[in-house]
Design a protein around this ligand. Structure first.
Ligand SMILES: C[S@@+](CC[C@H](N)C(=O)[O-])C[C@H]1O[C@@H](n2cnc3c(N)ncnc32)[C@H](O)[C@@H]1O
Ligand SMILES: O=C(O)C(=O)C[C@]1(C(=O)O)C=C[C@@H](O)C=C1
Length: 242
């Protein structure tokens, strides 16, 4: 049974950079549920979109899979023949638990769980690609290259789903919407100390783009259409079609 996220509840004298290590992996379901508004809706919609868009003889990619929540939703949605899921994360702590998690649920669709940097893997024959709160952790200057590689490895008619924390270019809107997110965290039991220590540790680690930057990048990478399908405060999800 995984635990409650208390990682930032005590004062930390040497607050390092946020890392997806053993401690975070151990409490991750609780942490993401209490930190990201709409997370469960997004996971279930990844299932619905997979059902609609996956093609026979294709691969489905979950990039930055953590414990495999999106992978599981995708696996349940597969109806076509000869489909393989590839789940990738560069955190050994996450990959180890993800494999155990997937083994605990029955499924006939093969899943390869790979510990690697998503910028280094090959993408091919993809009909569905998911970046669920992962792109924000990739260096900004590598994001377009990654999206071009994904586009290149996708089948025509395939879908890319990108969920992210957003930044807003108008300072007043950025302030207002971040405050709504902080209230969401407070309502979920996080103290001011937990909120501020986590925020400092995520500085320069989670670097959010604006919604406009995401749409421009999709176009620059070659996607024929894209749209924001979900938003709650400064979190949301976009789709892009090849
Ligand atoms: C917020 S979590 C993703 C949550 C997960 N997709 C879900 O739906 O539950 C971000 C994950 O991306 C992984 N990650 C970040 N940068 C990565 C990279 N360059 N290559 C592979 N994985 C990466 C982290 O290790 C972490 O597990
Ligand atoms: O921005 C925050 O406050 C967050 O906690 C966000 C966020 C994320 O979007 O990935 C950061 C780290 C954890 O993986 C869970 C949630």
């Amino acid at each position: 049974m995984q635990g409650k996220d208390k990682l930032f509840s005590q004062p930390i004298t040497q607050l390092g950079e946020f890392k997806f290590d053993d401690q975070v992996a151990e409490v991750f379901p609780d942490m993401i549920q209490r930190s990201v508004p709409g997370y469960s809706n997004i996971i279930s919609t990844i299932g619905h979109l997979t059902e609609q868009f996956h093609q026979p003889n294709s691969k489905l990619y979950d990039l930055g899979c953590s414990l495999g929540a999106a992978t599981l939703a995708m696996r349940r949605a597969v109806k076509q023949d000869n489909v393989e899921i590839v789940a990738v994360d560069n955190s050994p702590a996450m990959v180890e638990r993800c494999q155990k998690h997937l083994d605990a649920f029955r499924g006939s669709v093969p899943v390869a769980v790979i510990c690697e940097d998503i910028c280094d893997i090959e993408i091919s024959e993809a009909s569905v690609v998911v970046l669920n709160f992962t792109l924000q952790f990739v260096a900004q200057e590598q994001r377009l290259t990654l999206l071009k590689k994904i586009h290149h490895g996708m089948k025509t008619g395939g879908i890319l789903i990108v969920s992210e924390k957003f930044h807003f270019s108008q300072a007043s809107i950025q302030g207002l919407i971040s405050e709504l997110h902080l209230d969401f965290k407070r309502a979920n039991g996080y103290s001011e100390l937990e909120i501020s220590q986590k925020r400092s540790s995520l500085d320069n680690v989670l670097v959010p783009d604006t919604i406009e930057q995401h749409k421009q990048r999709f176009a620059d990478a070659g996607f024929s259409a894209s749209e924001l399908w979900f938003q709650c405060f400064n979190f949301g999800s976009l789709v892009a079609i090849k």
